[in-house]
Design a protein around this ligand. Structure first.
Ligand code: ADP
Ligand code: MG
Length: 254
């Protein structure tokens, strides 16, 4: 049973930031930012360059420590945990540039993503079980890489590398997946496929995606948060955001 006091503070939201700030040499990259993301939601984070979008992901993922404020995930404070602890608690994060093992095959890249596989070779051999193979095949199917499993990652297109990295994150089964500009540099066809992928992914988890491609955002986002100068400028549906004069002035009008 949950004690009443804890219940009173419990939030329905999966991720909650409160008064989050970070300064770099006196410059506030993220400024007293409070926002939340619900389970099963696809939230888009948009805003001009330098608005603090990547820095916000850095704060949530523990790459950067905030000057003030807190990050709650599943009603537990994760603000000062280490990056790997935050990953273990269920937050997956993808950086803007793809980071895959170029000389390994797609299959091996996925295999490396299983918890413990990176650190222990013997465990890796032991774990190459039917279960691992089945999971890799399932993820490869989802990320459009089923016919690429035996190819080395280095020969994949930029878009396929992005999917490979997303798939590797999915193997760790995060409850929140954070993606920084995943469709930048992708072909129109790859963008569309990535949108479908995110909609599929969000059936089991929340997605927080930074993106500049407004057609993409319109297709996938349930809610859009606009950042400007480290603060939330506006939040709402894409339609509301596109009609918002403040957003048009600082971002969409450019
Ligand atoms: N490690 C850092 N040291 C100093 N300044 C930084 C650092 N990281 C980000 N910034 C600054 O913080 C601001 C926000 O950057 P960023 O979060 O990358 O913006 P966005 O992703 O929205 O384009 C920028 O002015 C950037 O130069
Ligand atoms: Mg950025």
């Amino acid at each position: 049973m949950t004690p009443p006091a804890a219940e009173a503070f419990a939030s329905e939201s999966l991720l909650v930031t409160k008064g989050l700030s970070v300064s770099f040499d006196g410059f506030k990259a993220v400024d007293n930012l409070s926002f939340s993301v619900d389970s099963g939601e696809i939230r888009a984070l948009i805003g001009p360059n330098g608005a603090g979008k990547t820095t916000l992901l850095d704060l949530i993922s523990g790459k950067t420590a905030p000057t003030t404020g807190s990050v709650m995930f599943k009603n537990r404070e994760i603000t000062h945990l280490r990056e790997y602890e935050i990953v273990r608690s269920g937050v997956g994060r993808k950086f803007q540039t793809p980071s895959v093992y170029e000389s390994l095959t797609v299959f091996e890249n996925f295999e490396m993503a299983f918890p413990d596989n990176r650190s222990c070779w013997s465990a890796w051999r032991f774990r190459r079980s039917d279960e691992v193979v089945a999971k890799v095949e399932q993820i490869a199917e989802l990320t459009y890489l089923k016919d690429r499993l035996r190819d080395r990652a280095e020969i994949l297109s930029h878009g396929e590398k992005q999917w490979l990295e997303i798939g590797a994150l999915l193997i760790q089964n995060p409850e929140l997946l954070m993606l920084d500009e995943p469709v930048a540099g992708m072909s129109p066809h790859e963008r569309e496929a990535t949108g479908e992928l995110l909609l599929e992914i969000a059936k089991n988890r929340a997605v927080l995606v930074v993106e500049h491609d407004m057609d993409f955002v319109k297709n996938v986002a349930h809610v859009v948060t606009v950042l400007h100068q480290g603060r939330v400028l506006a939040e709402g549906s894409m339609d509301e955001i596109q009609r918002n004069p403040k957003v048009i002035e600082v971002y969409l009008g450019h």
